[in-house]
Design a binder for this molecule. Sequence first.
Ligand code: 2NE
Length: 270
Amino acid sequence: RTWTPIKIYEDILFDYCEGIGKITINRPRYRNAFTPTTAAEISDALRYCHENSDIQVIVLTGAGDKAFCSGGDQNVKGVGGYVGKDGIPRLNILEVQKQIRSMPKPVIAMVNGYAIGGGHVLHVVCDLSIASENAIFGQTGPRVGSFDAGFGASYLASVVGQKKAREIWFLCRQYSAQEALEMGLVNKVVPLDQLEDAVVEWAKIMMQHSPMAMRMLKLALNADLDGQAGLQEFAGNATLLYYMTEEAQEGKNAFLEKRDPDFKKFPQFP
Ligand code: 2NE
């Protein structure tokens, strides 16, 4: 399999192969911890994936065989957030989380090692997680003076249940890939040397399916949990479908032709 670079960044790799956009956090020296630069680059790559119709499935992973992502880089944690080159504290990884959930295409976490802290939240917000046998999962927030009470808590609870989510956050334990599988935190566990093949296999199956059906399902599953913000996104996709109908075209055409619209000619289904 040959991955072709889409764009060159400082902290991430961004590659393309047969409909898949692969984003790799490339800071193995720090167990792929993210800085504001890393998060901004992931955001940029995700925006490209959102806009580009050649990309049908997105894969998020970490470089090397030790870590998927170990969360925020503690070396640059300042007062008020993680401090980037501009000296301003930020938590721009939250924007990445929102982009993954809003992405109208499946995002797979390819968990190749530690998924810890904010790195754990990143895999949680992905649509599917496929892990290698050496992967280790956990939150550390309360141990290191942090927490993610957004998707990191509420969406985690939707995935593993309230009791387990509280255990994960309150005890800050580490869980094996097998334990993660048993609690429904990941979809599949494979040997490390088979991880990419397993991810690509699932991606290829999904790419054969109707993109619009997949899109509506993802947004509906989100909307069930996301209140008005979820409904807003779901409605945007429903509007897209409506705009593709002749009924919607009639409204616009009638306005432009300065006549009354005739909606009666369109079938009304029960
Ligand atoms: C990930 C883990 C468990 C790996 O342990 P191990 O034993 O395999 O590696 P080691 O020796 O701890 O780490 C290797 C090098 O990577 C650095 C370490 O400091 C070490 O550097 P040297 O000692 O060789 O110089 N490193 C690892 N993680 C780092 C990090 N996050 N920031 C900076 N350097 C890091 C183990 O390394 C670990 O527990 N890491 C810390 C995990 C953590 O607490 N992350 C932050 C959670 S808070 C967060 O991410 C967050 C949030 O709560 C809310 C919003 C946004 C973010």
